[in-house]
Design a protein around this ligand. Structure first.
Ligand SMILES: [Zn+2]
Length: 286
């Protein structure tokens, strides 16, 4: 695969991308600037750097109706019913959250952007993803008649030792981006004890793996209408479910629980009809 990246010697100094625009969103997944020798070697050998974000000023999230608003699975024509607010995939499921927002599928540029945020500690990329997610969240909150000032962002928690080892709390970085464009505030209400990472266990074991790992560390603020869990990817939904269990709002005045993720894993045999990506690909579904 031609990544378009070239090894330049001597390596240039890391440089910041220009201050992000709040609008339009199309510039938010920006071309990556030279990041020094390590990233240039990555780009040439692994194809992981410039490939991810080589569509400068042209990347857009998928259309909002490309995914089920409840479970964030990709939906095709007729698969989502406005009558019960469910799709064919989530109709029989009991979900602890009411709404799940995403930018697209865990694929292509979005997949690489998420992985670079998480494993290459590229904070700028995580923040940009969060800003796009925040813009989408504001639209959805407005449609539901909810005030962003009374919405609280709750990052999916990471064990402190893993955060130290990775050097980034990616969910918190994304949440900060969401806060910037949505006006919602962040409250790290949850904590997670050390345990096996979800990525290291098979999908079928993730619910049992995460059980008991996530607990409440602070009370829900009184002036909250909706809690919005923020994470990078929804895979099986087990982590989001565990977060909801820990928050466990009760009573008539308890806040709703929503979630916002950069992307959702593609289920076997399914693919969205309208994909996030460059403008060219957005109008020409694969
Ligand atoms: Zn659904």
């Amino acid at each position: 695969m031609d990544t378009g990246a070239k090894l330049v010697w001597p390596p240039s100094e890391p440089s910041e991308t220009p201050p992000p625009q709040h609008t339009p969103t199309r510039s938010l997944v920006a071309a990556r600037q030279p990041q020094g020798l390590i990233h240039q070697i990555e780009a040439v050998w692994l194809g992981s750097a410039s490939v991810a974000l080589g569509h400068a000023n042209n990347w857009t999230p998928e259309p909002i109706d490309a995914a089920c608003p409840r479970c964030a699975r990709s939906v095709g024509p007729g698969e989502f019913s406005p009558d019960d607010g469910r799709c064919t995939g989530c109709r029989p499921e009991k979900l602890r959250w009411e709404r799940l927002i995403r930018l697209g599928e865990f694929d292509d540029d979005l997949r690489r952007a998420v992985l670079e945020t998480k494993y290459a500690r590229w904070r700028k990329q995580g923040t940009l993803l969060g800003r796009m997610l925040g813009e989408r969240l504001v639209t959805v909150l407005g449609d539901a008649g909810l005030d962003p000032a009374r919405a609280v962002l709750v990052p999916s928690p990471m064990p402190w030792l893993r955060r130290m080892r990775r050097g980034i709390d990616h969910a918190h970085v994304i949440a900060r981006g969401v806060a910037e464009t949505s006006g919602c505030r962040i409250e790290p209400l949850l904590q997670r004890r050390r345990g096996t990472a979800q990525t290291r266990v098979p999908a079928s074991a993730r619910a049992s793996n995460i059980r008991g790992q996530i607990t409440l560390r602070a009370g829900v603020p009184a002036d909250t209408d909706v809690l919005v869990l923020v994470d990078d990817v929804r895979t099986t939904g087990a982590t989001l479910d565990a977060c909801c269990r820990a928050l466990a709002p009760r009573g008539e005045d308890a806040p709703r629980i929503w979630a916002a993720v950069a992307c959702a894993a593609i289920e076997p045999g399914r693919r969205g009809r309208a994909r996030a990506g460059t403008a060219e690909r957005s109008v020409s579904p694969a």
